[in-house]
Design a binder for this molecule. Structure first.
Ligand code: IMP
Ligand code: MG
Length: 176
């Protein structure tokens, strides 16, 4: 069986760029002078972090960690593992945790808790997409790009089985 393909576009390139710029302005206001650490969640948050950081006109640090909540395909395994850690010390720093999407909320909840244990000044969260209807745990998301319906999406960092992260827009996976 060939893999499912990207179908209907949910968020186009122009819309992405405009919203990321807006988020950047909000974050720039809130973090002015704070020298924050942007913590991107690999691999999905890479395009978002790359675009967002260029909207922030002050000194900051960027680092990444890798977590896994999904095996292959579209099915949640319900557990979250830290597969690779930060390289910077976040003690006393203002941390902004950036991910591509919040779905059940398990990933963000676990990562936020883990980062908070390192005694940063603060940890806030920022996601490009929010599948609000799917939340299994209460997690406060401080910055949200777009609320989206409960469909599996790919593109702009989001993958299906490792594919389609390179699309410059967000599309629904066909046959979902
Ligand atoms: P959560 O722990 O259920 O909130 O899931 C968050 C993670 O699941 C994200 O970082 C994504 O990697 C992945 N994920 C959730 N929904 C989708 C989707 O529609 N497309 C691709 N990846 C998704
Ligand atoms: Mg992810």
């Amino acid at each position: 069986m060939p893999p499912p393909r990207p179908g209907r576009v949910l968020v186009g390139e122009d819309e992405l760029a405009a919203r990321v710029a807006e988020l950047g302005r909000a974050i720039a206001r809130d973090y002015a002078g704070a020298n924050p650490v942007l913590v991107g969640v690999l691999q999905g948050a890479v395009p978002f972090v790359a675009d967002l950081m260029r909207e922030l006109p002050f000194d900051l640090t960027v680092d990444f960690l890798r977590a896994s909540s999904y095996g292959s395909g579209t099915d949640s395994s319900g557990t979250v593992r830290l597969l690779s850690d930060l390289t910077v010390d976040i003690e006393g720093r203002s941390v902004l945790l950036v991910d591509d999407i919040v779905d059940t909320g398990l990933t963000l909840t676990m990562l936020k808790r883990m980062l908070e244990a390192r005694r940063p000044l603060s940890v806030k969260t920022c996601v490009l997409l929010d599948k609000r209807g799917r939340r299994a745990t209460e997690v406060a998301v401080d910055y949200v790009g777009f609320p989206i319906p409960d469909v599996f999406v790919v593109g702009y960092g989001l993958d299906y089985d490792g594919l389609y992260r390179n699309l410059p827009y967000v599309a629904a996976l066909d046959a979902t």
